[in-house]
Design a binder for this molecule. Structure first.
Ligand code: CTP
Ligand code: CA
Ligand code: CA
Length: 654
């Protein structure tokens, strides 16, 4: 058995919610999932459910186009902060970019509940975005295998024997739909498929959300698989199927090769599929793209990926920003928008405090004037936790503004404002008890969310445009440098048949027990989980979930981002572009604060751990989405505190 377990590998599951924002709205509004439903932000769509996709609606459609395609579809506008709101509301009338600020908080809260289930089911999990996570199930899988072997009646299994694996009920296999195979790795995947079904069934039972999963021996392959059979299906990639699968795979579908970097490789080598890269030696790839990227490419095109499932570190700061169109010219207007940003940060800070028992020391207020190349920043202290109210940040920023100093105080108009908080410090025990008191007296609606991802997105990503897929990374980012931050993959001269142990690879527990024959192992010990809800709509996703590219429909739009690579980030209107610019500004400011310069930060490249939002993190606490950009959440303490506060009024404070 010990020898046999040495022939095992890691087992990774990637789980991704189906049409996530739509499902949140279905559950909130009690609308059956077979009703076509889209989530809109202003006039654009940011999520389309599968019934609406069947009617031809796509994410890049606007509401008018979508209504024509499917008159019976329901359109739900995302929650917004309007004048006087201390929490985001589902406004339906008169929603305007000029008066409202979008909040994706309901989705972030739903995400926290989902992640809590993932974490409960698999302590070694990594949140990869608001609606997806990687689970390293190696330990749990090997434990189940050992337990079943131990309880098996026969004990004469020798080390060379290969277990027989029955794939019935495991999900959809990539490639040949075999019903049986042999081998320890296949056995691991089969057990992982069983656990994956249990987890998906739990998510559905507790939250009524369906999700899809990919099951494979590494993160890249698992991610590729989870999008192959959406919605509500899981897909298993056996080692034997890896090479044929990778051979035909378009390079751009591989995690981290979806944007500029993939194009760079394609153009440099004249290739379009992963298989076409096989003919290049690792030395050639290293010569062209640098040592670590070359090694990584050599491995990844063969389906080899050593990247560990890692806990995401906690954000070091938070930021909220708003681009102002038209530009503002009065203190009343400034006060209004500061109030909204203040509310947003207030809610997130209270949540963060409840989760992480910390409090920031510093507020930084950034103002950008139309003709200036960069913003002006001023700092002040944040009130202590017990003195902090929703208006605190607004008041401190207004005080900074009126006190003058760097010449920005009296200058109008203002094009963009951003408020950041940072310098977090752990609070003492007395403050912890306040936090716990709030939690006790007013129970949260979030079941058992204790050690969940923090509601604190990375500061740069916090202001990222919510309405569009991430544009590819900035043109100036060199492919050679991109992977330097990643754990250096060991060059491999083999094909896709094996992976080298990664530093964090979970070795199976050693065992002195000798197993019994594993013939029909799963026929007796594993049953298909029928608890997983059945698929309501067509099986195929429009595209794998990995590596989303720029929005093709808007590539000819006049609203192009000047910071992103030309043609890579186009928006349907000026408002969406402005929101996108908010993200750039926040990221640039964040980089400035880190001392890294910061004029033009690249948007996060993907949901991988290499996304730029990761750079903002440190420490060990599990935290928010790698992609960031999500808004505040409400806790009991938060709700309680807010009740004592009057609604914030527009422009009262001149
Ligand atoms: N999203 C976003 N901005 C992006 C990417 C995604 O706002 N750059 C939102 C989408 O609106 C979506 C959620 O994040 O609801 C998850 O995105 P994704 O998994 O790509 O799409 P889904 O809508 O969940 O659809 P699918 O079933 O294909 O996963
Ligand atoms: Ca999804
Ligand atoms: Ca996703």
């Amino acid at each position: 058995m010990d020898e046999a377990l040495k022939r095992t590998d890691r087992v990774i599951v990637h789980v991704d919610l189906d049409a996530f924002y739509c499902q949140v709205e279905h559950v909130r509004l009690g609308i059956p999932t077979d009703v076509p439903l889209c989530v809109q932000q202003w006039q654009g769509l940011i999520a389309v459910n599968y019934a609406a996709r069947a009617a031809g609606i796509k994410r890049h459609c606007n509401v008018t186009e979508a209504r024509k395609l499917c008159p019976e579809a329901r359109f739900v506008h995302v929650a917004t902060f309007a004048d006087g709101d201390t929490t985001p509301q589902y406004h339906s009338e008169g929603i305007s970019y000029q008066t409202h600020k979008v909040s994706l908080d309901p989705y972030r809260k739903a995400s926290m509940k989902i992640m809590a289930i993932f974490e409960r089911s698999c302590p070694k999990y990594q949140r990869a975005s608001i609606d997806e996570a990687y689970l390293d199930l190696t330990d749990e899988v090997n434990m189940r295998i050992k337990t079943r072997l131990a309880s098996s009646s026969s004990t004469d299994m020798d080390d060379d024997a290969e277990p027989d694996v029955n794939w019935d009920g495991a999900g959809i296999l990539v490639g040949d739909q075999v019903s049986h195979s042999t081998g320890w790795r296949d056995l691991q995947l089969r057990v992982a498929a069983e656990i994956s079904q249990e987890i998906r069934a739990t998510v559905y039972k507790e939250l009524q959300y369906t999700c899809s999963a990919g099951i494979a021996h590494n993160k890249t392959l698992a991610k590729l698989c989870s999008g192959l059979n959406k919605p509500n299906k899981q897909t298993v990639l056996r080692q034997a199927a890896v090479s044929p699968f990778m051979e035909k795979l378009p390079l751009g579908e591989i995690r981290n090769l979806g944007g500029k970097r993939g194009t760079e490789v394609e153009e440099a080598l004249g290739v379009t599929t992963a298989g076409e890269l096989w003919k290049y030696s690792v030395e050639t790839l290293q010569a062209k793209f640098g040592a670590s990227t070359g090694s990584w490419l050599y491995d990844i095109c063969r389906g080899i990926c050593h990247e560990p499932v890692t806990e995401t570190a906690i954000a070091k700061s938070m930021m909220a920003a708003k681009t102002l169109r038209p530009h503002i010219k009065t203190v009343a207007e400034l006060s209004h928008w500061l109030e909204i940003l203040s509310n947003e940060l207030y809610n997130r800070l209270i949540d963060d405090n409840a989760l992480n028992n910390r409090w920031p020391r510093v507020i930084t207020f950034h103002v950008k004037h139309p003709l200036d190349a960069s913003s002006h920043s001023r700092r002040t202290d944040l009130p202590p936790f017990h003195d902090f109210v929703a208006t605190s940040i607004r008041d401190r920023c207004l005080a900074l503004w009126t006190s003058g100093g760097d010449g920005s105080a009296s200058r109008w108009p203002i094009e963009r404002i951003a408020v950041g908080v940072g310098g977090f410090e752990k609070l003492d025990a007395g403050v912890v008890s306040v936090k716990n008191f709030f939690k006790k007296v007013e129970p949260t609606d979030e079941p058992g969310v204790v050690k969940t991802p923090t509601p604190t997105p990375a500061p740069g990503a916090e202001s990222s445009p919510p309405s569009r897929r991430k544009p590819p990374a900035k043109a100036t980012n060199s492919l050679q440098n991109f992977f330097n931050a990643a754990p250096a993959p060991a060059p491999s001269n083999t094909g896709a048949t094996t992976t080298n142990p990664s530093p964090q690879k979970h070795r199976p527990p050693s065992s002195s027990s000798s197993g019994g024959p594993l013939d029909a192992f799963f026929q007796t010990t594993t049953t298909t989980t029928s608890a997983t809800p059945s698929s309501p709509t067509p099986q195929k996703s429009e595209q794998p979930a990995s590596a989303p590219g720029p929005n093709p429909a808007s590539s000819d739009s006049p609203f192009q981002c000047a910071t992103c690579p030309p043609g890579s980030a186009a928006f349907t209107d000026a408002r969406e572009l402005a929101e996108h610019n908010d993200w750039h500004m926040a990221m640039a400011l964040h980089n400035e604060e880190r001392g890294g310069g910061g004029a033009a930060a690249a948007p996060p490249s993907s949901s991988s751990s290499l996304s730029s939002s990761t750079a903002a993190r440190g420490g060990k606490t599990k935290t928010g989405p790698a992609r960031g950009k999500r808004k505040r959440a409400t806790t009991a303490g938060d709700a309680r505190s807010r009740k004592a506060q009057p609604p914030l009024a527009f422009g009262r404070r001149e």
